[in-house]
Design a protein around this ligand. Structure first.
Ligand SMILES: [Zn+2]
Length: 261
């Protein structure tokens, strides 16, 4: 018997390990799975949260771990954490190094220290032959320059909102560009124009839950179970079908991280 199922999706960026999900994480994961979200990539953010993220990811086959030090928490990062990161990668085989990057939007973050931690984590990723998951705000040219210098194994630029020229430079270096909940807002005309200019073969879907909630649930916690709203927004914007966008974007994440279909 043919079962009418939703297209299979992968949430390429979701902080399901955050405390916002502590009271109902299993229920959220069950609902996400029931509507077709077969995998969730979970990037980590600080050394003191790694043990928790590792533990949560180990409890579910649908969760895939990434380990890294996020630029927004730059004040907390210590040189010793980079040594520990290398050791944890050996011990836990994450699928990527992330979430790492540069944030020039928040003015009080130490930019020199961000550059040092970003560069050193890229070197670790290269040595470990892992892709990277990048957070970037207002620093794409600097980020592209550093990536080109080091030469990494590709990855995802999450919540991409740069220029079309910058998108092409990332794509040339083997990167995919992540699009999420912002697309569901009427006002995001610039973002939709950007999406239209990028081939679907280089796009991945993400919720960035618990942040960046879709317009349909504005004012509440974002969740991986809302990924189909983003699928709808991408399909509508590209004048494509949900099935086609789901098939290609899922395949993109699978091939980048070498996940089994
Ligand atoms: Zn994130």
């Amino acid at each position: 018997m043919q079962v009418n199922k939703e297209p299979r999706l992968i949430d390429s960026h979701c902080h399901i390990d955050f405390a916002e999900f502590d009271h109902d994480r299993p229920q959220v994961l069950l609902r996400a799975e029931q509507i077709g979200v077969s995998k969730i990539i979970v990037p980590s953010v600080t050394q003191d949260s790694w043990a928790n993220t590792i533990q949560i990811c180990s409890q579910s086959n649908s969760l895939e771990l990434a380990l890294g030090l996020h630029p927004v928490f730059i004040d907390q990062h210590q040189p010793q954490h980079l040594v520990e990161l290398d050791d944890l990668i050996d011990a836990h085989s994450p699928i990527a190094v992330g979430e790492i990057g540069l944030d020039y939007y928040l003015k009080d973050l130490d930019r020199d220290k961000q550059t040092i931690f970003f560069t050193k984590q890229l070197i670790i990723a290269k040595r470990q032959a892992l892709p990277v998951i990048i957070h970037n705000r207002k620093a794409h040219d600097e980020c592209i320059r550093i990536l080109a210098n080091i030469g990494v194994n590709g990855g995802i630029v999450h919540a991409f909102n740069g220029s079309i020229q910058q998108a092409h430079k990332y794509i040339e270096m083997g990167f995919y560009l992540g699009f999420g909940g912002m697309l569901t807002y009427e006002r995001s005309t610039k973002l939709r124009a950007l999406l239209k200019a990028i081939p679907l073969e280089h796009i991945v879907l993400e919720t960035d839950a618990p942040d960046m909630v879709v317009s349909q649930h504005r004012g509440t916690r974002n969740s991986p179970e809302y990924l189909p709203y983003i699928l709808d927004a991408v399909a509508k914007c590209l004048d494509s079908t949900r099935e086609e966008v789901a098939r290609v974007t899922t395949q993109n994440v699978q091939s980048l991280f070498e996940l089994k279909p």
